[in-house]
Design a protein around this ligand. Sequence first.
Ligand SMILES: [Mg+2]
Length: 499
Amino acid sequence: MSSLYSINYHLRAHKRDTFIEFIKSLLLTPFVLNTRPGADDDFADPAASADSLMDADAPAAGAVSPSVARYLEVLGCIEDLIQDHILHSDNGSRATSYSVLMEARPDSGVPELSRLSSLVPSIGRFFTSLPLRTAFLEQNAARSIAGRRSVPPSFNDIRHILNFAQIRAIAPTLKLITFDGDMTLYADGADFARDSQLVQLLLSLLRARIHVAIVTAAGYGSDPTRYEGRLSGLLEGFRVSDLDNDSLSQFYVLGGNYLFRYDPRTHHLVYIPEETYQTESVRRWSTATSRIKKILDVAESHLTKRAREMHLTHRITILRKDRAVGVYCKPGEKLTREQLDELALSTQQRIHHMQHLQLHENLQRSGLLPTEVASGASTPILGKRLSVTAVTGAAAAPVELPIPFCAFNGGSDVWVDIGNKLIGVGMLQEMLGCAGRETLHVGDQFLSTGNDIATRRACCTTWITSPEETAQVLTQLTDLLRKRPAVDGPDRRPLGAGK
Ligand SMILES: [Mg+2]
């Protein structure tokens, strides 16, 4: 039974988000309590207005109906678990409001010891606390979550609650917002429309002196022409806007490994050479051309083999680029999500396997691998990042670590890119001096076959599913920015402040 469970779990893991599934399971309890026989009176709302409740940091249980109060109690518990996880995660190297508490905690910097880690072992990092109760009241007003008796809280209900909680939490400190391109700012493969409501919303962010960057997997080299074509509607909005040059200069495009900045004098994107911002650790692997070629060779050969085994060869084209290899459909053809996921997941596994074997050999050659591991007598340390870092850190000469890559389902195609969005967002953070709690990434691909998920290790994230949802999120965010006090000099100002 256990092996069957394990197989089922792994077969479905790429379609699930473990934290959302965890919250979903907890919210089934209030749903069942609210639907028990005789619960009719629980749905009557008390006199308190939804607006006044939402403005409160922690809505009082007595101010809402019993049906809502049950959900709030569970969400309050999750807020506490997140806060505890933050305290366990932080190593105290940054000055935060929790520094005093952390100094007193011997387990700071060990997130594995948090209560949330024991409940959701794959849980990642949180850069801010999340006001889930306030976000629930907001979403409940729009989605009737507590008032439903036949349909329990869904994946999408919880995704929206998390998104709006994150927006509320980050608004006071936001300095950098990064966006995925396809399905986040425009439809898959489409251009940024001139009449898109997102043009004005992005201008509002720039007006508040927030750095805005589009971080997209679409790589067209160092020539900005193709990006300018795809972003023509947005760039036209910039050109006719009344925004000052300093604000407009805070717009960037990072396409693949190529960074561009908007020049308000010429109204064009200007390429920024990577030598000017690339860190030493990134340069070390990004210039290793023979290793990169080997990864792409393996990816191309694996994709060709899997396509043949799935009888897809006549329906697809495989395209090799400098730092990527992709599979896309021939005209008139379309692959199912399952076919695309299969190509992406199996290629991920193939490259991970190859790189881990290489690392194992390197460590053995350097004499850094403990005998029992090198002989296969115990579980290999490969794949356990901390152990590898600790071992390689002791080496006299640098040991070649695996090269970051991303094999993902792009919605209608599959790509294997060298580097990933974690590297891209991290590089922008480094260049612009923005910490994780000051950075928000907005994207649509947060499952394990997606290319936005890697950013969760660097910053706060918001998981949307369409440009319309991006607009909803930004409308709320710009409202909150309007209320942000004018602090920190010229780099931050509330919306509506003069030039
Ligand atoms: Mg996308």
